[in-house]
Design a protein around this ligand. Structure first.
Ligand SMILES: *Cc1c(COP(=O)(O)O)cnc(C)c1O
Length: 378
């Protein structure tokens, strides 16, 4: 465990983000996505706060194991959990776990649907169906005859309603104005809903929008939205269309480390593993962060700021240390022992880091390892 380096999570900012999203999406309930340890922030703490303080009642995870962890650690709280991807209904004894802990599997194929419908223990259990409207990953096919097949299976078992109908956008981080992928998917989704309505199967709840869609106010006609990233602060939109977002969140986390050492360098010097050439005269600050903390060795080159000075990650990121190079040799507080902010509460920090490293904020957050302690304040 790191001693000084840590991810500091302001739960009050999570509250502000939720509040802003509620104001912008007045007619929608949330399924708050907390998979992958709540995008690296600590799933149990985030759910505990969101449920007890912010009154969020539904959460989404990817795997049964995550859902069980929530039930085990938060036995006194009342909330619904959906498992979206890693469903193993037929694997004994998984189906009992869904039943006994009221964990809703999101059904995305016929074998799981058949299992659920034909197992009398699930007679009154909520059914959540996910259709593939164009993502072509998980999901029931949405052709007329496939939807009919689903409907007749439901009718054959005496089902008159389903609890939740959902689908997932493939390209919500792109502009909805400039391409019609999401619009085409949404049209298909509406057709599926109409088929259910025509056949008198009630759809009690529905959702399709993840962060990128919500930021463009797309898909808000459904009862629910499924925000993930934006609740943690950053925009999910690609750089080129980020201006389209109405949502201005605060990054709920800041990643703080400290300066292990600072030393002057001359142009042409060779430093670190593989002997990287120093490009100019300047100083190097060694910070207590490396790929052992989830600051990937692939991420060489991005700029990191110290106060208002822009430095750059120089040479290879080590397991425990990263070298940050500054051309200005007289930065007042750049001293051993002082704190160094990798990203702060302004979401632009982590967005810049993601843009410069050719990846997405999601990855920067999720890949922080267990060596980084998470600290919470309100
Ligand atoms: C992760 C996930 C979301 C949330 O996505 P964001 O882009 O983080 O908002 C929504 N729906 C499903 C099914 C997901 O797996």
């Amino acid at each position: 465990m790191r001693y000084q380096t840590g991810l500091y999570i302001n739960l009050g900012y999570l509250g502000e983000n939720v509040e802003q999203l509620r104001k912008g999406c007045k007619n929608n309930e949330f399924i708050f996505m907390v998979k992958a340890e709540a995008y690296g922030h600590g799933m149990v703490q985030i759910v505990k706060y969101a449920n007890s303080e912010l009154k969020i009642k539904e959460f989404g995870v990817a795997s049964l194991g995550e859902a069980l962890k929530l039930r085990k650690e938060l036995p006194d709280l009342k909330f619904e959990i959906y498992v979206f991807s890693d469903i193993q209904l037929e694997l004994h004894p998984c189906s009992d776990l869904y039943l006994n802990h009221r964990i809703i599997p999101v059904i995305s194929n016929f074998s799981d649907l058949d299992f659920l419908l034909n197992n009398s223990n699930f007679l009154n259990f909520p059914i959540c169906l996910k259709f593939n409207t164009g993502m072509n990953r998980l999901g029931l096919d949405c052709g007329l005859s496939e939807v009919d097949k689903v409907i007749s299976k439901l009718k054959n078992r005496g089902r008159k309603s389903i609890y939740h109908l959902c689908s997932h956008f493939s390209s919500a981080s792109e502009s909805m104005v400039e391409n019609d992928k999401s619009r085409r998917q949404y049209e298909k989704f509406k057709k599926i809903k109409k088929q259910f309505a025509d056949e008198k199967i009630e759809v009690e709840r529905s959702s399709i929008s993840n962060s990128g869609a919500i930021e463009q106010k797309f898909g808000l006609e459904e009862s629910h939205i499924r925000p993930g990233l934006i609740l943690y602060g950053p925009s999910a939109l690609n750089k080129a269309c980020r201006h389209l977002s109405w949502f201005k969140g605060k990054n709920i986390s800041k990643l703080l480390t400290y300066i292990i050492d600072v030393f002057p360098v001359k142009r042409g010097m060779l430093i670190g593993y593989g002997e990287t050439v120093v490009p100019d005269d300047g100083v190097i600050a060694l910070i207590a962060l490396g790929y052992g903390d989830g600051f990937s060795a692939r991420l060489t080159g991005p700029s990191l700021k110290f106060e208002d000075e822009v430095g750059e990650v120089l040479g290879k990121v080590n397991m425990d240390i990263t070298q940050v190079f500054f051309r200005n040799i007289k930065i007042k507080n750049l001293k051993a022992g002082n704190l160094f902010t990798v990203w702060g509460h302004n979401p632009q920090d982590i967005l810049d880091l993601a843009d410069q490293t050719d990846t997405i904020c999601y990855e920067h957050l999720c890949q922080l390892t267990a060596r980084i302690p998470r600290y919470y304040c309100d």
